[in-house]
Design a binder for this molecule. Sequence first.
Ligand SMILES: *[C@@H]1O[C@H](CO)[C@@H](O)[C@H](O)[C@H]1NC(C)=O
Ligand SMILES: [Zn+2]
Length: 486
Amino acid sequence: MSAVSSLCGVTKILILLYSLGPCFAQSYSDSSYVATEEISTNLGEAEPRDNGLDLEFRYHDHDQLTRYLRAVSAKYPALTALYSIGKSVQGRDLWVMVVSASPYEHMIGKPDVKYVANIHGNEAVGRELLLHLIQHLVTSYDTDAYVKWLLDNTRIHLMPSMNPDGYAISKEGQCDTIHGRHNARRYDLNRNFPDYFKANTKQPQPETEAVKEWISKIQFVVSGSLHGGALVASYPFDNTPSARICRSSVLCSVFQSYAHSPSIAPDDDVFRHLALVYSRNHAKMARGVSCKSGSPRFENGITNGAAWYPLTGGMQDYNYLWHGCMEITLEISCCKYPPAHELHKYWLDNRESLIKFLAEAHRGAHGFVTDENGNPVERAAVRVKGRDVAYHTTKYGEFWRILLPGTYRLDVSADGYLPQEVEFIVVDSHPTLLNVTLHSAKRIDAGGPYYRPVPLPPRPPPAAPNSGIFSSLSNSFNSFVSNIFG
Ligand SMILES: *[C@@H]1O[C@H](CO)[C@@H](O)[C@H](O)[C@H]1NC(C)=O
Ligand SMILES: [Zn+2]
């Protein structure tokens, strides 16, 4: 079953994201009545404390979480929209709540951003923090000018749990175990994405397929993946190319799993900055104190993913290389599933970081690529000179490129058009608006039959499969090493 048809089969999608196409429209009209009815029923029976006004600092199981999200969407219809991107192996909805002044519709020219929590089912703090972030945003909109600005200019998509099945078997108080980490088929979802550097042979799981479909439909500009088990903001790349001398040696594969060498992304400066925005706005992350004796300490509370430990099939590299979304991994608690009475402290520690990080979507350059008639050019490749990675325009011709202050050259190309180069400046205080007009390549050829379209730049190619035993050996070492950490 394709991802699209499984999405269409979801009966409780509460909203229509117009970019998601006709099957979603169908689901919306079929299910909105049911959903409304369930909200009123649930509100009647539920603990009155979860009425969407108060949210206690305690853990919420899947049903309580669902009830809370529905109550909020009923109470704040102008600021929130609830949708499900699919179901877990055991049939739990993968909920996403949008918080924005335009919850149902993308605002053309304004960024969409996201957080995904609880991808490891036993890393539970992020799951609760996203509920509190929802609560904070909707209740502060009228009183907090910064929150109002953020919601007026950004659509924030929050997924409290990507792994509700793993969470269902996890136990409060378990700080270091891996019980509940995997999905119901025992797959680690943060090793389940296509990988640029090495072939990922793991069978794609429904939770991963749903996320892949989701992020292919919405152009997210920044994203945070919330984890536990350490206190650090980790940024791409998580994986690393095989060193040349190591291609054919088992020992080298093993060695590489432990080698603490960074794997530098073309946007390393931007990723470091984003990680620092999180760590420096956090109550203690930037101090870089190690969680316990023997575990690493991270200078300024940030690290390159591979420098910590390399992994294959992670979500952040995929977001960046496949979709031009700058995702980082936020390890927000030394204990993976701490006692509930500590949740309030975690919220206070992370509140500022969670908000300031998302606002980084408004840094750098953004704009539209249009043709001579002002029509948007979709899937034009947008490259910043010196950064070997292509971003692509949306169907409205939009692009976003987070960059630090400086002078840059932008290279814009699309099938059937002459490539265009634009020099521009980025300042700290506000984003640079860049509208680029592409001219048809045909005009130059004066209608002759010799026009050859410029081929679209290829998507990241699948890495050459590592052969047999070396690959599986190094993979199992990878998963062994990484299971120790978040
Ligand atoms: C940039 O392009 C968009 C979309 O075509 C248009 O709405 C906007 O007015 C343009 N802005 C400037 C400053 O040209
Ligand atoms: Zn984790």
